[in-house]
Design a binder for this molecule. Structure first.
Ligand code: HSE
Length: 407
């Protein structure tokens, strides 16, 4: 048996422990000796759990036990997850995690610590929940120059947007359901303000380029300004509202990386991706377009991705795996120079000012008679393609209700 420890017995951690128990038969096809959870670290006790006797409260019990070869960190947050992960690596245990906040902020350091100690640090579950995306990038696509990567990277917000659009549900009600279903972060601000999506696109861009994309430099917008009227206007122009994280290589070799809601056209592969599902779009210069699709959040899909790392680590005991990226910083493009078409929703009395500011390139959205009563007093336009800077300059002080970029 290969002994492992799980740090954090929350939604994902408990899923990992159960999956390893329930799917032992399938795991043994790759790891014939089997994998066994020896310890579960948590500050709480779980007297009614069948795993109660494995719960410990000190990381030292785990790091000082030579039988433990792999540590799964499913605690979330930077601390104490960072300190515990580093300690495990320094004590000869490989580590895998679902913790995107930690991977984005301190993953480079942990990969270095792993390398210095002949260990590995993996994080398949940190992006896209159950979707296998990091392993294909590390293995199947190493020969590719990737020039575009990103997509729908947050299950909670995609679930909220879908329910608002399809059922007219209220934002707060759907967020509550997403929390009950175990999709949302402990602090759901990370989901709805786009921070979680921003961390995931930073991880994907780093993995695609081999250099570290700095999350703090990535423009980030969430979904809190999206209203029912935006779905009606989007529908009238054959589009859906999706929160995307996108990274694109530009002609000068720099990368444009952004997290924001976009209006996605109905002929785009991301358009039908709804509910908790995520989809990661990849363009490689040889393989052309790829899309990876699956459940982006939730106990079992995320646990499945974590255990895929456990199995890979168990198959490579004593064989350190290559780091996902190095310490070099990825150069990001000036986001003000990026060009898009923009959707603008405003009070009807702003129409003249908007037309004067944006000129003949501005198209008013015609609702075709539908929903007009509910939207009386409101108008919406789409601009021609202009840079972020020009858009901001032309908008000036005109008061608008919402702005969304078109994909
Ligand atoms: N809160 C995250 C989401 C969990 O909704 O996508 C998975 O990373």
């Amino acid at each position: 048996m290969i002994e492992i420890a799980v740090l954090g017995f929350g939604t994902v951690g408990s899923g990992v422990v159960e999956l390893i128990d329930n799917n032992q038969e399938w795991i043994r096809r790759s790891v014939p000796e089997g994998i066994h959870v020896k310890y579960i670290l948590d500050i709480r006790d779980f007297p009614n759990s069948p795993y109660a006797d494995r719960v410990v409260h000190s990381i030292d019990v785990i790091t000082e036990d030579p039988e433990v070869r792999i540590v799964c960190e499913t605690m979330g947050g930077k601390e104490p997850a960072f300190t515990f992960s580093r300690k495990a690596l320094e004590n000869g245990k490989s580590v895998c995690t679902s913790n995107k906040e930690l991977v984005e902020a301190l993953g480079t350091e942990l990969m270095l610590t792993a390398k210095q100690n002949g260990m590995s640090y993996l994080f398949e579950a940190s992006v896209g929940g159950g979707i296998p995306i990091l392993r294909p990038l590390r293995n199947s696509l190493v020969q590719e120059e990737i020039t575009v990567i990103g997509g729908i990277l947050n299950g909670t917000t995609n679930y909220i947007l879908t329910k608002m659009e399809q059922e007219g549900a209220a934002f707060d009600d759907v967020l509550k359901i997403a929390q009950e279903k175990g999709y949302a972060e402990r602090n759901p601000e990370a989901d709805v303000e786009g921070y979680d999506c921003g961390r995931k696109i930073a991880i994907l861009a780093s993995l695609a380029t081999g250099k570290k994309a700095d999350y703090d430099e990535i423009p980030c917008e969430g979904i809190t300004k999206i209203a029912a009227s935006d779905f009606a206007y989007a529908k009238a122009i054959g589009r859906a509202v999706k929160l995307l994280g996108i990274a694109r290589k530009l002609g000068d070799g720099s990368w444009s990386v952004r997290t924001a809601p976009f209006l996605v056209p109905d002929d785009h592969p991301l358009y039908p991706v709804s509910g908790v599902f995520n989809a990661v779009f990849v363009h490689g210069t040889m393989v052309d377009d790829l899309m990876f699709y699956g459940r982006g959040a939730g106990k079992n899909p995320t646990a499945s991705a974590v255990v895929s790392d456990v199995v890979e680590l168990a198959m490579h005991i004593g064989v350190p795996l290559r780091s996902a990226w190095n310490e070099e910083k990825l150069t990001l493009a000036d986001s003000d120079l990026e060009s898009h078409r923009f959707y603008i929703r405003a009070a009807a009395e702003q129409a003249e000012a908007l037309e004067a500011a944006f000129g003949s390139g501005l198209e008013q959205i015609d609702l075709g008679g539908q929903e007009e009563d509910a939207l009386t007093g409101t108008t919406a336009f789409v601009t021609g393609e202009i840079s972020e800077r020009t858009f901001a300059e032309r908008l000036g002080s005109i008061e608008v209700q919402n702005v969304i970029r078109l994909l």
